[in-house]
Design a protein around this ligand. Structure first.
Ligand code: OGA
Ligand code: MN
Length: 291
């Protein structure tokens, strides 16, 4: 377990996630503190901070220590703070719950976010928890046979909005789907991702965006993708966080998935999100070739 001279680390489950106490994130962190906090993020994958009183500028400054802000393709940035987006569920909103599927953020992009710093401004009196799952633990819990099968594979990732249209196309949709006004992505990522800092392997697939294995049809891919996504969310791979106003969660988006629980109908919830720019996911094969 990580020992720090500057803060205390309290794991919240056996799988991942730790609360950090003793830090005031409204102040700039010096290099030594940042270094230990970064190590804690690598080790625990999600860090939680309580009772933080942050202006948007202080939230942005904290996020920036981990990387440049990344624009979201679907959610408009805040007018006054383009580095942030607002996730707002009004009391009378019905229907769409942002983040209400098991996913890793924006894996339909060539360079998905490295992480997110999500800050709670207004919360319902109950509910609205978020859960995460540790995709390194998931990978290492698969059988050797399954790991060997998955190691060389890639998967195509597609944003939800494009999926319906993709599903009607057989075979190579980039050939058939050539209307100019529709953005068609053909992003593929390794199914087993090597973490750029720790070198650990994680399963890198999610039910929200992984459409099919590269070189296979959706029908062929679906049973295994479904199995892996179900396997990945067993409770002993997860942690669950109860937000309070002033809570901040910082997650590593490279080796985790998360799910926002939409169980607070009739209540308002407002979060501010700083998304940290990420790099191109690297699989095992590239690593072997380059090394
Ligand atoms: C996100 C997300 C979860 C939540 O910001 O990417 O999924 O609990 N949010 O709001
Ligand atoms: Mn998300």
């Amino acid at each position: 377990m990580l020992k720090s001279d500057y803060f205390t680390t309290h794991p919240i489950s056996g799988a991942l996630g730790a609360e950090i106490s003793g830090l005031d994130l409204s102040m700039p962190l010096n290099a030594a503190v940042f270094e230990q906090l970064h190590q804690a993020l690598i080790e625990y994958k999600v860090l939680f901070f309580r009772d933080q009183d942050l202006t948007p500028e202080q939230h942005i400054a904290f996020g920036r220590m981990f990387g440049e802000p990344m624009e979201d393709e679907f959610v408009k940035e805040m007018d006054a703070h383009p580095e942030l987006i607002e996730l707002l569920q009004e009391a009378d909103d019905s229907g769409y719950n942002f983040g209400g599927t098991w996913h890793s953020d924006s894996t339909y992009r060539e360079q998905p976010p490295m992480g997110v710093a999500l800050y709670a401004r207004e919360l319902p009196p109950f509910g609205g928890d978020t859960t995460w799952t540790n995709m390194e633990l998931v990978y290492s819990s698969l059988s050797k046979g399954m790991q060997t099968l998955l190691d060389p594979l890639k998967a195509e990732h597609v944003a939800q909005g494009y999926r319906e249209k993709m599903s009607i196309i057989k075979g190579d949709y980039t050939k058939s789907f050539n209307k100019e006004d529709i953005v068609v992505r053909n992003v593929s990522h390794p199914v087993v991702r090597k973490h750029p800092v720790s070198g650990n392997k994680s399963l890198y697939i999610n039910e929200a965006y992984a459409l099919r294995f590269s070189g296979m049809t959706e029908d062929e891919s679906k049973p295994l993708i479904d199995y892996l996504c179900r396997f990945a969310i067993q409770p002993h791979f997860t942690c669950r966080f109860r937000w309070l106003p002033g809570s901040l969660a910082l997650w590593d988006n490279r080796n985790t998935m998360h799910f926002a629980i939409g169980d607070y109908f009739g209540h308002r919830r407002l979060m501010h999100r700083y998304t940290i720019q990420g790099d191109t996911p690297v699989g095992l094969v590239e690593v072997a070739n380059n090394g």
